[in-house]
Design a protein around this ligand. Structure first.
Ligand SMILES: [Cu+2]
Length: 267
């Protein structure tokens, strides 16, 4: 266990940075910091992608990319914080009583404040610029696909979703979408605020009572996706979910004609 004399408790002015870096606890923290950073990079690049929902649209791919890369670039921060915590834990004084007096106050260290602030600003700028660029791509994609977009009117109500396809003339509690065709969800609520979230399609938009909100995406993978409500909307909010299907164009068309044959309303 390290012996702490008064010297250890003194603040560390700039000219003593060299001495500070040579301290055993500091170098141990440094090594632990590198180790934990590597762990978070591995988690971000290889583990998280398996835990996250399937990617069934370009928008979802964009969401996952930003989450993965932001985990990687912020790994050193989490790594260093965890290393300091771990170092303190390893060197804790079991059974000690705390010193009767406080050590000297910690003085502000200019360069540390400047570097810390600059790094935080840089991270924020990366997130903002990345987010805006991504949103811009989405809007221009949506604009390019708006002529042949499939329109689905989505209504949220306590506590289920219903889907109306105006061009096809059908209403259903099932959400079926043809693959590779842009879709425009026009979302509204019949009662309280909900939030329409087709998870694997990578979009989410509020469902309000008096104004229609729009979310656009293009499903590019066949399969099942989850439809959830992402706004606490009452007792059965957690159960306000269903599943949707991305189908081949032929399957979608036969579902539409089947639904029409049964009177235009599918349950
Ligand atoms: Cu809801």
């Amino acid at each position: 266990m390290a012996h702490h004399d008064d010297q250890d408790l003194l603040p560390t002015p700039g000219q003593r940075v060299g001495t500070f870096l040579k301290r055993k606890d500091v170098s141990q923290t440094f090594v632990l910091g590198i180790f934990f950073t590597a762990v978070f990079v591995v988690l971000g690049l290889w583990v998280y992608p398996h835990w996250m929902p399937n990617v069934m649209s370009k928008e979802m791919q964009g969401n996952e990319d930003i989450m993965i890369w932001f985990t990687v670039i912020s790994a050193p921060i989490a790594g260093v914080v965890l290393a300091i915590a771990m170092e303190s834990f390893i060197n804790m004084h079991r059974g000690d009583t705390p010193p009767p007096e406080d050590g000297p106050g910690i003085k502000t260290h200019g360069p540390v404040v400047v570097i810390w602030s600059a790094v935080s600003v840089l991270f924020t700028i990366v997130a903002i610029v990345w987010g805006i660029t991504e949103m811009n791509t989405w809007s221009s994609d949506a604009l390019a696909g708006s002529n042949n977009a499939l329109v689905v009117d989505v209504t949220g109500s306590q506590w289920n979703w219903s889907f109306n396809y105006p061009a096809q003339g059908i209403t259903s509690h099932e959400l079926n979408l043809p693959i590779n065709q842009p879709v425009e969800f026009r979302v509204i609520s019949a009662d309280v605020n909900h939030s329409f979230w087709p998870v694997q399609l990578g979009v989410k938009v509020d469902a309000n009572r008096l104004s229609t909100t729009i979310a656009r995406t293009t499903p590019d993978k066949l399969g099942v996706f989850d439809v959830k409500c992402a706004e606490l909307c009452g007792l059965n909010h957690a159960y306000m979910e269903t599943s949707g299907h991305v189908e081949s164009v032929a399957d979608f068309n036969s579902w539409v004609s089947q639904a029409k044959a049964t009177g235009g309303t599918q349950q």
